[in-house]
Ligand binder design. Sequence first.
Ligand SMILES: *[C@@H]1O[C@H](CO)[C@@H](O)[C@H](O)[C@H]1NC(C)=O
Ligand SMILES: *[C@@H]1O[C@H](CO)[C@@H](O)[C@H](O)[C@H]1NC(C)=O
Ligand SMILES: *[C@@H]1O[C@H](CO)[C@@H](O)[C@H](O)[C@H]1NC(C)=O
Ligand SMILES: *[C@@H]1O[C@H](CO)[C@@H](O)[C@H](O)[C@H]1NC(C)=O
Ligand SMILES: *[C@@H]1O[C@H](CO)[C@@H](O)[C@H](O)[C@H]1NC(C)=O
Ligand SMILES: *[C@@H]1O[C@H](CO)[C@@H](O)[C@H](O)[C@H]1NC(C)=O
Ligand SMILES: *[C@@H]1O[C@H](CO)[C@@H](O)[C@H](O)[C@H]1NC(C)=O
Ligand SMILES: *[C@@H]1O[C@H](CO)[C@@H](O)[C@H](O)[C@H]1NC(C)=O
Length: 518
Amino acid sequence: MFRNSVKIFCFTIFYISTSTAANPCRDYVELDDWRRSVSNGDTYQLCDTFLVPGWYRVISQAGQEMPTECIRGGFRCGTTDTVWMNGTFPDAEEVKNVTACASDYNDNCCANSYDIQVKNCSGYYVYNLVPTKSCPQAYCFGYELPCPLGETSPTNFTPGCKYDACLKINHNEINDWRRSVANNNTLPAICDSFLKTGWYRPTSKAGQYMPTECPLNAFTCGTTHPIWMNGVFPESGETNNVIACSVGYTNDCCLNQYDIQVKNCSHFLLYNLKSTKNCPEAYCFGSELPCAEGEISENGFSPGCKIDPCHAVNYKVIKGQEKRTSNYTLQPDEDPIDDSHLPTSFYRFDSQTGNDIVNEEQAMFQCGTKFPIYMIGSIPNVTDQTVSRRFCMSGYNGSCEHESQIKIQNCGNFRVYFLKPSPLKDSGYCAGTLPIQTNQDKPVVPDAKKTIDDDDLPWIVTVAVLGLVCTILTGIILVKKLLAKTRVHEELPPPSYSSVNVNKPPILHDIHASIPQK
Ligand SMILES: *[C@@H]1O[C@H](CO)[C@@H](O)[C@H](O)[C@H]1NC(C)=O
Ligand SMILES: *[C@@H]1O[C@H](CO)[C@@H](O)[C@H](O)[C@H]1NC(C)=O
Ligand SMILES: *[C@@H]1O[C@H](CO)[C@@H](O)[C@H](O)[C@H]1NC(C)=O
Ligand SMILES: *[C@@H]1O[C@H](CO)[C@@H](O)[C@H](O)[C@H]1NC(C)=O
Ligand SMILES: *[C@@H]1O[C@H](CO)[C@@H](O)[C@H](O)[C@H]1NC(C)=O
Ligand SMILES: *[C@@H]1O[C@H](CO)[C@@H](O)[C@H](O)[C@H]1NC(C)=O
Ligand SMILES: *[C@@H]1O[C@H](CO)[C@@H](O)[C@H](O)[C@H]1NC(C)=O
Ligand SMILES: *[C@@H]1O[C@H](CO)[C@@H](O)[C@H](O)[C@H]1NC(C)=O
């Protein structure tokens, strides 16, 4: 039994080891480094002294075949001592033992030699490689190079690299929605008389198509002589030669003509433009416009602009109406909140007691009103856009005597509600759930904290000056009065002398008149 198990185990191990060894077409390590190309003259980059021995498949677009001729003098393949293969490639499914040679700068074509193997996997080769003996020394594969900057090929490698206007480096972007044929604001007028000849990609959200019909008048595309295209758009990868025409003030549809090109880069369009003869004269692109203020769309442009309830121009604010809180009960002597004349609009609540419509059932006289209106259901998510919720009004006949559907949108930091006049007099919307803060609860702000603005200063100075003047005046008056009194007392003769001092009867009379008679 035990012996059997050992046998099976050993057989399995043997099977696995032989099968992996026998299957290098499947079990290999990928080598993807175009720098190993014989055409790569940048040296001192690669070294294979630490290469893990084993089977490798080269997948680089530079080529998968190890060169079979000596690379004289080295200094290729991203290294100095270039390793090539002194032998021929095997036939299908065949494994071949070959010698790999390192050629060095002394023109020695086999300065080092290595026993390697190559297998033909019908479609690709795999190489059983060993580490090199010195450094920098590396295996070479392929002869191709990446296309130079601004050129491309199906593989992005030689051969067949060609200039391609679709490459980002070969064209400029024009990102100006004012060139839209729907834009009739021509100030300041766009002028292309200084445009450098070359390929341009319109990237504005107004659109990338040059209009193919003559614009209705000259005052469009943010200019006074818009240029349209008298031609058709090309298929993917194609370039069409077309005539572009500018529009004159008399609606002449071809005031000036330009030979331009339009290219379909499959995901976008390119135009080969030249500078205009006149100024202002400008190329039109697209036909959309930015959404109006308070409107939104997916990209902020037409089509599909719609009212954005979260934009401040589109909602009214109900501010500081704390008695709308579900915590407040209408008092017998109070006027109930009455929303029966509330203008229909989006509303946002802004109150210390809470900024959202109450979503719990409310009994009559709650929320500072007689017939409170509350919401059934949860506040929507920001991602929900505008949603509808059921609203109920409590009355004598029950807690949902009247119901309606109300639109809500979650604007992130606040919610807006599309409210209509409430169904009954003395009915109102409940908003907020917190208790109203009484004066006792409110933190006392010390007066000293109050800062003096520059605006307050002239006023304060005036008051201070007036106060000072008043004090001085009062002082003067008081002093005068006091002096007068003392003088009166001095001048007041003993009553018995009255008849004797005949020289001052009027004064005496006056004084007697001002002194209360006893
Ligand atoms: C493999 O062998 C076949 C048949 O001999 C040959 O046509 C082919 O070029 C060889 N190389 C590859 C990579 O398949
Ligand atoms: C090829 O090389 C391997 C080891 O590298 C060796 O086991 C095998 O015998 C060689 N085959 C021939 C035909 O020389
Ligand atoms: C390549 O191999 C052949 C045959 O084995 C041999 O005659 C020749 O000298 C080798 N070339 C070099 C450069 O080592
Ligand atoms: C410009 O376009 C807007 C929006 O399309 C339009 O309301 C306005 O009347 C136009 N103005 C002129 C001068 O055509
Ligand atoms: C450009 O080519 C693509 C296919 O890649 C096509 O879907 C598109 O409609 C073409 N553009 C124009 C303007 O014809
Ligand atoms: C208001 O809130 C206070 C404190 O949370 C609570 O004691 C009181 O019962 C509430 N009143 C109502 C009518 O909800
Ligand atoms: C959206 O709202 C639902 C309830 O309406 C909730 O269960 C869910 O977690 C919310 N999702 C997010 C992302 O807030
Ligand atoms: C209560 O219901 C009765 C009958 O259903 C109706 O006549 C009465 O007007 C209702 N009262 C209110 C305040 O709606």
